[in-house]
Design a protein around this ligand. Sequence first.
Ligand code: AMP
Length: 286
Amino acid sequence: MQVFHTIRDFRAARAEMRRAGRILGLVPTMGALHEGHRSLVRAARAQCDAVAVSIFVNPTQFAPGEDFERYPRTFDADLALLRDDGVELVFAPTPVEMYPLGQASVVVDVPEIGARLDGASRPGHFRGVATVVSKLFHIAGPERAFFGQKDAAQVAVLRAMVRALNMPVELVVCPIVRDPDGLALSSRNRYLSVEQREHALALPRALAEAAERAASCGDAACLRNHLRAQLEAAPGLRVDYAEVVDRDTLLPVETLTRGALVAAAVWVGETRLIDNLLLPPREVQA
Ligand code: AMP
């Protein structure tokens, strides 16, 4: 496994791979790796000749006052995992390498979709995400890039970006990996105390209950209201959003016949957690 900190060196290794005709899968991460990230690496290995993982806590997707400084950084442990998982290239640039002027001098914005769900709660967040992911695509030139369904709004933003800017990369979206108790894995789960973690379980539970309800109710408003009420009644949580939306536009849907994304974000103390589920399209009753 080769580890690169500069764009120039990483590109040289990538160019050699391209000359050999090898298909590259890129897995962008912010490090503090867990089984969710590893599932993306496994999918990339299965679908590509070689895997590159980027590890970069991207400052431009954090607003002032968010957790950029205290975001967990576990670089050596991350490298050990990636080595075990058969990753060939790791790209771990410094902020200065990615943003020599201290900030992005050119930005990529997906203004409408990027202002919905997490984009509404975290203005500018998806501009930072779209900018860094498009930089990573330009630097690595992967044939495929792997992302988690865990960040459903991010998936919608990146799909729109790739389509609108004709980027020659296929996005592969992988299912959410959960702990046995149902909590979706997240690098931020380590912020939670034992009690907060117990409170956080109301999030996957409310979503699972929504999935059951959706089977009998065709009306998105009733599902949305129920989800929100469940989360508001749960101790130790503050609801940021609880929505039933179209998976591509992130706009609220009225009926559930074409499937929908049920998504929620909650605060547990100082920690913001997100989770979601995709409802499958349904046969319309005659
Ligand atoms: P992050 O390091 O949080 O930026 O995440 C890097 C990638 O891993 C993103 O595409 C995430 O959606 C994905 N990811 C994070 N948590 C999970 C999870 N629990 N299951 C599947 N993918 C995940």
